[in-house]
Design a protein around this ligand. Structure first.
Ligand SMILES: Cc1ncc(COP(=O)(O)O)c(C=O)c1O
Length: 438
């Protein structure tokens, strides 16, 4: 065995002695890639922190109870015992992983189809196709529909899954965040250059900044230029619109959305994704989305939980009202204290602080987590402009008035103790940041 390994090593060294060949792994020992400082320091506090309790409005972090604002549990369903009961029953009946094959080959069931039918009805679309993850659903949907001759026109502030779908296409044109003029310019260019079709890609609720896509304006333009529209409403599903029916219905624009996309990883407190649209389109996706065809079917335990979660959402529209009431109290309190929240129009509560760099971001995060008992995460450049740190709070229906009051107090104290000012860099407009991915 040792002989073989030694032999391989010798081959490896010989190959590298040919000057052009570099060790692919060299970068792993250097300070490149994402978050190099944190990786080199073997950080497990800002990246990959461990929360020790089940998800909920409070959680345990490093042995301490903290108020949790950094998970996407909009309706508080992560804390619902009914869903755990459904999962337990489903596991007892079918086992943990069933169906044991790709949905396409051996893994389709009545429950998968029932969930698709229920989602179509809930989101007022003719047909739905399920995915195992939102991320894989975006990639699968877009790559199945967009061929070599087609062009993607995408909002620059779109989620990484959408940007990755665009990067893996043959041609894409980004436009300035939620800027109709910039969209029209990109559409003009696309129609001039295009030999196929055009797919416009936007989010419904922007996940970092909380503002909504101008769907009526976007729809008018995509119709004018003969394009199709994909809306990833990961953060709108369950959290916005009547009874949580999403951003399209909220803005009276659902009909104009050609593919309405969502994930179960947020308001549904589970896992998986879905794409809704006209039946020929969802059938095309079903037969062509490689990320789903060549992957195991969504487990029945999850499908059963999702059916129950949808039933709860339909039965208890007050959950959405409670979420919004909490979001309003939190946002109002933060603004009263002088914090800048940008253009949020949703429950997502971004607190922009005039701080520069990783160290400053770490200071505020660790002060909040360790001293104030408030768990937040922070992002910095390039997600937001240089000189700004964004602390993103995600309220849920289960947060209490006391959670909100303690959090407001903690923010005010942390700001004073760290001497954080309110003056923003000159590049800062107070509008949503328009660079990087979210
Ligand atoms: C807009 C958007 N799309 C897709 C995803 C990915 O969804 P999932 O976590 O289900 O893979 C996310 C998750 O953060 C998201 O915010």
């Amino acid at each position: 065995m040792t002989m073989v390994v030694d032999g391989q090593r010798a081959d490896f060294d010989r190959a590298r002695s040919f000057a052009a060949v570099k060790d692919l792994f060299a970068k792993c020992h250097e300070d490149g890639g994402y978050f190099p400082m944190l990786r080199m320091a073997r950080d497990r506090y800002y990246c990959l922190p461990k929360l020790d309790s089940p998800p909920g409005r409070t959680m345990t972090f490093r042995g301490r109870k903290v108020i949790q604002w950094a998970i996407n549990n909009y309706l508080g369903l992560a804390e619902r015992p009914e869903l755990i009961e459904v999962a337990t029953e489903a596991a007892a009946r079918w086992g943990i992983g069933a169906p044991m094959g790709s949905r396409f080959m051996t893994g389709n069931t009545d429950l998968h189809e029932a969930l698709e039918a229920a989602l179509s009805q809930f989101f007022a679309k003719p047909s739905t196709v399920l995915f195992n993850y939102g991320y894989l659903g975006v990639l699968g949907t877009v790559s199945s529909l967009v061929a070599k001759e087609d062009i993607i026109v995408i909002d620059r502030q779109s989620h990484a899954s959408m940007m990755d779908a665009a990067f893996s296409s043959h041609r894409f044109l980004p436009f300035r965040h939620n800027d109709l003029e910039s969209l029209e310019q990109s559409l003009k260019r696309a129609t001039r250059d295009c030999r196929g079709g055009i797919l416009v890609m936007v989010e419904g609720v922007y996940g970092m900044t909380g503002d909504l896509a101008d769907l009526p304006g976007i729809i008018a333009l995509k119709d004018r230029y003969g394009a199709r529209l994909f809306v990833d409403d990961a953060h709108g599903v369950g959290s916005i619109g009547p009874g949580g029916r999403g951003t399209g219905i909220h803005l009276g624009a659902q009909q104009g959305i050609d593919i309405y996309f969502g994930t179960f990883a947020k308001a549904f407190a589970a896992i998986g994704g879905f794409a809704c649209g006209d039946e020929p389109v969802t059938e095309y996706i079903r037969y062509n989305a490689r990320s789903q065809i060549f992957a195991k079917s969504l487990p029945l335990v999850v499908v059963a939980v999702l059916l129950k979660a949808l039933e709860i959402i339909e039965r208890e529209p007050e959950l959405v009202e409670r979420l919004w009431s909490n979001a309003r109290k939190l946002q109002h309190g933060l603004r009263e204290l002088g914090f800048e929240l940008g253009n949020t129009q949703s429950a997502i509560t971004p607190v922009y602080l005039p701080l520069d760099g990783v160290d400053a971001a770490m200071k505020i995060v660790s002060k909040m987590r360790d001293e104030k008992g408030v768990f937040i995460s922070a992002v910095m450049y390039p997600v937001v402009p240089m000189g700004v740190v964004l602390c993103r709070l995600v309220p849920s229906a289960s947060h209490t008035d006391e959670d909100i009051a303690l959090t407001l107090k903690a923010f005010a104290e942390a700001r004073d103790e760290l001497g954080v000012g309110t003056v923003f860099p000159s590049s800062w407009t107070g509008a949503a940041a328009d660079q990087g991915e979210t």
